[in-house]
Design a protein around this ligand. Sequence first.
Ligand SMILES: Cc1cc2nc3c(=O)[nH]c(=O)nc-3n(C[C@H](O)[C@H](O)[C@H](O)COP(=O)(O)O)c2cc1C
Length: 325
Amino acid sequence: MRLILAPMEGVMDYTMRDLLTRIGGYDRCVTEFVRVTREVLPPRVFYRACPELHHGSKTPSGVPVYVQLLGGEVHYMAANAAVVANLGAAGIDINFGCPSKTVNSSDGGSVLLREPERVHAIVRAMRAAVDPAIPVTAKIRLGFHDGSLFEDIALGIVDAGATELCVHARTKQHGYQPPAYWAEIGKVKPKLHIPVIANGEIWSAADARDAQAQSGCVDLMLGRGALSFPDLALSIKAHHNGTPYTPLPWATILPLVINLASDLGQREPRYAAGFVKQWFTYLRRQYPEAETLFQHIKRMKDANHIKAAMMQPTELTGYDDERHG
Ligand SMILES: Cc1cc2nc3c(=O)[nH]c(=O)nc-3n(C[C@H](O)[C@H](O)[C@H](O)COP(=O)(O)O)c2cc1C
């Protein structure tokens, strides 16, 4: 089984990819999307989205990173794919799932799921534009309004030569509202002769098992679950292999959050504060200590203040200086 760390704009950047892949269990990452309009972007845009391109397109712990592109212009999607490929990307992923209004009004993301022919044309042109050795993968939802075009879209993506397909098991209309409809993937998967990756609402090893059973997919992609439960991938793999697993305690997680806040210190303080707080909104789902701390820091606008609050050896943080250094 392979576990893929989901692309998540504004939170799954290279610092978070590094942190989570160091903990382990991930076989691949995908960058936040790079928006493609009617231009061929300069390399610096791709290096910014994927600093790992400077290091063989791998995280420091050696996990390959694919670069994700989003856009609706066949020609420019292909031309930018060629640039990314020349920069040494381990793979190129195409975003056909983003529900954002700003993105959709600029003709990219899930809005394209209303037009299976254009999805096909984009995948085919991107596939043709890069070396066959470089994977070109697509990430879709079940559809835009409903799932009626799902099979057409998926078959078109396979026909266009995609290496793999990842399906977020919801329509754009569903947004992020639970549940995820894993069984819908299972209905179409037997017709698709490329690896299919199931995504959506996997928060635990039990969810992973259910997603696999209902979708018929062995491989899974983890997004919000990976942020709320940083060792989720290890836990899923342990359960898959029948090995007992004890999740990392808050005392192990908190220093990781503090280190992240330090790494972010070079960035604009407000941005860095927002980034750390966003991670807390996920962590508090798994750790009661994170909820308590979040209530304390949620109005802070400077990452250094948040860091100082996290380092106080009090009941608030559950962080005991003597025991954990
Ligand atoms: C804050 C946020 C940002 C996201 N950014 C992207 C993105 O850049 N590209 C993409 O394909 N999907 C993006 N997604 C969708 C996720 O990759 C994933 O498909 C979705 O969250 C469902 O998986 P999950 O339930 O495991 O989180 C984003 C989701 C969230 C919540």
